[in-house]
Write a protein that binds this ligand. Structure first.
Ligand SMILES: NC(=O)c1ccc[n+]([C@@H]2O[C@H](COP(=O)([O-])OP(=O)(O)OC[C@H]3O[C@@H](n4cnc5c(N)ncnc54)[C@H](OP(=O)(O)O)[C@@H]3O)[C@@H](O)[C@H]2O)c1
Length: 333
């Protein structure tokens, strides 16, 4: 197949390139040419800012593709431009969306693809708006789109951490190995099914080969759905650190301070049966293996060694004192 990857040198998109090459496809990537990651040898590289439709069109010239994997689309204007530009010259267009399109009630776990999409952040709302442009293009003119909604993505080259004050945290291994506290939203009771980027890459080709996947969206989560507390315990175990000291950060206070971070306070548990029924594909990379790959990669990269700027913040002191005060109050009640 002739495959175009929009992005191609990013954290996720480099895995899409690797999978395309492994499957023997003829691969083209389109980037602005700024990324530190090089385009692998033997791959055609086009240069354009995809948010400038004139330049995108010019870079693509008259090319057509069997498959476009769009790994770097955030703006509804860019989705509209993609429909215009790729109309009639692509057999399948896979848009990498996000689980942050979900939000609102009623939520029945695990969430199916039909769950409400009242997204809680600008990022999620824009991705949902992009999805709607593609759904509409499928309904109106059979634009051959399929949408994938990954949650927290894992793989070498990235950072670890989710459902916490820090989120992706370059200092996480330093914190855990030094027995420093981590502040977890709702005490780490939130559900998360991290997905390895190689499973997303395989899912792209699975949906691309399925007629049933035309005009549809799919969850693509990992096979293991755990609490965020378990995620940090696993990282600590793999990193040879002591069991983590976890402080509970109330979600309501966190959202009041950072409204656009609200999606991180949701339970993120997703049904995968539609993906399997329509494509025969199910993700296989187990969470401990994905985390072990990342810990080894972070150690190999050796960064960072020193303490973060905000070690032992007033927040840590406050959360400790608050937890003790609540315990005292309960005992006295
Ligand atoms: N990370 C997660 O946990 C997560 C979760 C859910 C969904 N997602 C989705 O996964 C995708 C992220 O992919 P990624 O990790 O590969 O992103 P990334 O690491 O930010 O990589 C971006 C890639 O796109 C290129 N690029 C950036 N802006 C561009 C532009 N305007 N025009 C053309 N190329 C551009 C970059 O190269 P140049 O800089 O050289 O242009 C690079 O190749 C996004 O769609 C995101 O919404 C991520």
């Amino acid at each position: 197949m002739r495959v175009l990857i929009i992005g191609g040198t990013g954290f996720l998109s480099s895995a899409l390139v690797a999978q395309s090459v492994a499957e023997g496809h003829q691969v083209t990537v389109l980037t602005r040419g700024r990324s530190a990651r090089p385009v692998p040898e033997g791959i055609e590289a086009l240069t354009a800012n995809r948010s400038e439709p004139g330049l995108l069109r010019e870079a693509l010239q008259e090319r057509s593709f069997d498959l476009v994997l769009d790994a770097i689309l955030y703006r509804p204007d860019d989705a509209r431009a993609a429909v215009e530009i790729f109309r009639g010259r692509v057999a399948r267009y896979v848009f990498i969306s996000t689980d942050f399109v979900y939000g609102g009630e009623p939520r029945i776990f695990p969430l199916s693809e039909d769950a409400p999409r009242r997204a809680l952040s600008r990022y999620g709302r824009d991705k949902a708006a992009c999805e709607d442009i593609f759904f509409d293009a499928w309904e109106r003119e059979r634009f051959p789109v399929t949408i994938l909604r990954p949650p927290h993505i894992l793989g070498a080259g990235g950072h670890l951490g989710t459902g916490s004050r820090e989120g992706r945290d370059p200092w996480l291994l330093w914190r855990l190995r030094g027995a420093h506290a981590v502040c977890l939203l709702e005490g780490g009771a939130l559900l998360i099914p991290p997905v390895h980027r190689d499973d997303i890459a395989r899912a792209c080709f699975a949906v691309a080969q399925s007629e049933k996947a035309l005009g549809r969206a799919y969850n693509i989560a990992g096979p293991d759905c755990v609490t965020t507390k378990r995620y940090y315990e696993l990282v600590a175990e793999i990193a040879g650190a002591p069991p983590p000291t976890m402080l509970s950060l109330p979600a309501a206070a966190f959202v009041a301070a950072f409204p656009d971070q609200a999606p991180f306070t949701q339970n993120r548990a997703y049904a995968l049966d539609r993906l399997q029924a329509d494509t025969g594909f199910a993700p296989t990379v187990r969470l401990p293996d994905a985390l072990a790959e990342m810990v080894a990669d972070l150690d190999a990269r050796g960064l960072p060694q020193g303490p973060p700027p905000e070690t032992e913040t007033p927040l840590v002191t406050l959360l400790r004192a608050q937890a003790e005060a609540v315990t005292e109050a309960l005992r006295g009640a």
